[in-house]
Design a protein around this ligand. Structure first.
Ligand SMILES: Cc1cc2nc3c(=O)[nH]c(=O)nc-3n(C[C@H](O)[C@H](O)[C@H](O)COP(=O)(O)OP(=O)(O)OC[C@H]3O[C@@H](n4cnc5c(N)ncnc54)[C@H](O)[C@@H]3O)c2cc1C
Length: 406
């Protein structure tokens, strides 16, 4: 059992903790304590291992991507903008590339390069990074904070808690930071999976798992009333629906809600007019050919025809008005009743966490415990897919690190 002294202790070596370490003012002794054997385990799987680190857009656009926490994040996003983030990595030998949809990745498409750049920065600054150090308690003692981890004790002047949320717990984020914060008197907004797939009560499209639709439209009907409608890429999975369209809408979806999915870009009335004209004009042609113009994969088209209760081999010209309407509903207003949202094992982010009301957005310091800072997903912040969660982790980490003055 060791007793050591540092000016700063950072709890958690994810993107937020590592970026905080990279921004600690020169001259301060710093230790990063990581629960797992290695840093950045979640960072390495971001963007399917390619790491979508941020997105194009101005601060206003970014703020809109974090729901109600967007305004709170403004000082952090200004302190380290998306442009600053790209420059940070490019200066450390990791060129970044923007995709046509405005997403930034390391040009090598290797999340490991982002992690290596951060680790290199810590080495350059002489910061100690220790694995297998699960922090169990933080105790304020006079004007110091005592951090207990794996039998060792660290006495320090400032602590940054950057332990992440609760999603993908195998990567080390299991809600420890929220427990540590609660022990110190912080309010924890109940945590729930964010960016989670939808699991429907019935899934007639399960056989199409892996099929995606470039531009689908989702309408959420809470209490039978339309609450919102958005468009974006949709993915059919073996348990339900995912992809950016669903994940980004998940925070507005509740079990029991009814959803309507349109797999085509044109409005239902127009689609109905088109298929009715095609059915009339093509006589003996089979139903499956009529919906070809919709531009979907053959399997998805056929599954939607079957879901409408229609035989794809039947003659298009025999379709009654009602049958045509049912076909239009299947393509343009496919009904889904939500059984559940995917849990923390599949959600890509966590909503809830340390309440923002008790943390100063200009410094990331606790309003309750002097010298205690928070950064990243441990806070009650969740953003859309597309690089917004990593940008939030990096921006809050950088601001926390820079704000430490001893
Ligand atoms: C599959 C997947 C893909 C994703 N892809 C993207 C993407 O492409 N773009 C994007 O913007 N976002 C993406 N995200 C979200 C993004 O990864 C997270 O928002 C981000 O990692 C949060 O960073 P963080 O540093 O706050 O927390 P984490 O990355 O969770 O890191 C927290 C660290 O703290 C450590 N820790 C926990 N408890 C303790 C303790 N008691 N003591 C010491 N250490 C502790 C953990 O082991 C972990 O290393 C993805 C998420 C998932 C699950």
């Amino acid at each position: 059992m060791e007793r050591r002294r540092f000016d700063v202790v950072i709890v958690g070596a994810g993107p937020a903790g590592l970026m905080a370490a990279a921004h600690i003012p020169a001259g301060l002794t710093t230790a990063v304590l990581e629960k797992g054997p290695r840093p950045g385990r979640k960072l390495l799987i971001t963007g399917s291992g390619q790491c979508n680190l941020t997105a194009a857009g101005d601060i206003g656009e970014f703020e809109r991507r974090y729901g109600r926490s967007g305004r709170w994040l403004r000082p952090a996003l200004r302190n380290l903008t998306n442009r600053d983030l790209v420059v940070f990595f490019e200066r450390r030998g990791v060129p970044c590339t923007m995709t046509a949809e405005g997403k930034y990745f390391p040009t090598t498409l290797r999340a490991g390069d982002i992690l290596d750049a951060l680790r290199g920065e810590l080495r350059r600054k002489g910061i100690l990074l220790q694995g297998d150090r699960p922090v169990e308690r933080i105790v304020p003692v006079e004007r110091r904070l005592v951090v207990q981890a794996g039998g060792d004790t660290y006495e320090t002047r400032a602590v940054v808690v950057a332990t992440g949320g609760k999603s993908y717990p195998q990567t080390g984020s299991t809600g420890d930071g929220q427990r540590l914060a609660a022990m110190l008197g912080h309010t924890i907004v109940p945590m729930r999976p964010a960016l989670a797939p939808v699991i429907p009560k019935k899934h007639p499209l399960a056989a199409l798992a892996g099929t995606s639709c470039e531009e689908a439209r989702l309408t959420i009907l809470g209490d039978g009333k339309k609450t919102s409608a958005t468009t974006g890429p949709l993915l059919i999975t073996h348990t339900g629906f995912s992809g950016p369209l669903i994940l980004d809408s998940a925070r507005a979806i509740e079990p029991g809600d009814t959803l309507r999915i349109s797999f085509v870009t044109i409005p239902r009335d127009e689609f109905l007019r088109d298929i009715a004209a095609a059915a009339r004009g093509r006589g003996a042609v089979a139903v499956r050919s009529v919906a070809k113009e919709a531009g979907l994969t053959k399997h998805l088209r056929e599954a939607l025809i079957v879901a409408a209760g229609i035989d794809p081999d039947g003659r298009a010209a025999d379709l009654s008005r009602d049958r045509l309407a049912a076909l239009a509903d299947a393509f343009c207003a496919f009904p889904v009743t939500v059984k559940a949202l995917g849990g923390f094992d599949v959600a890509m982010a966590t909503a809830g966490g340390v309440s923002l009301e008790e943390v100063d957005p200009r410094t990331m310091m606790s309003k309750i415990v002097p010298g205690l800072f928070f950064a990243g997903e441990v806070l009650d912040i969740d953003g859309d897919t597309g690089g917004y969660n990593l940008q939030a982790a990096f921006s809050t980490g950088a601001l926390a690190g820079r704000s430490i003055k001893i």
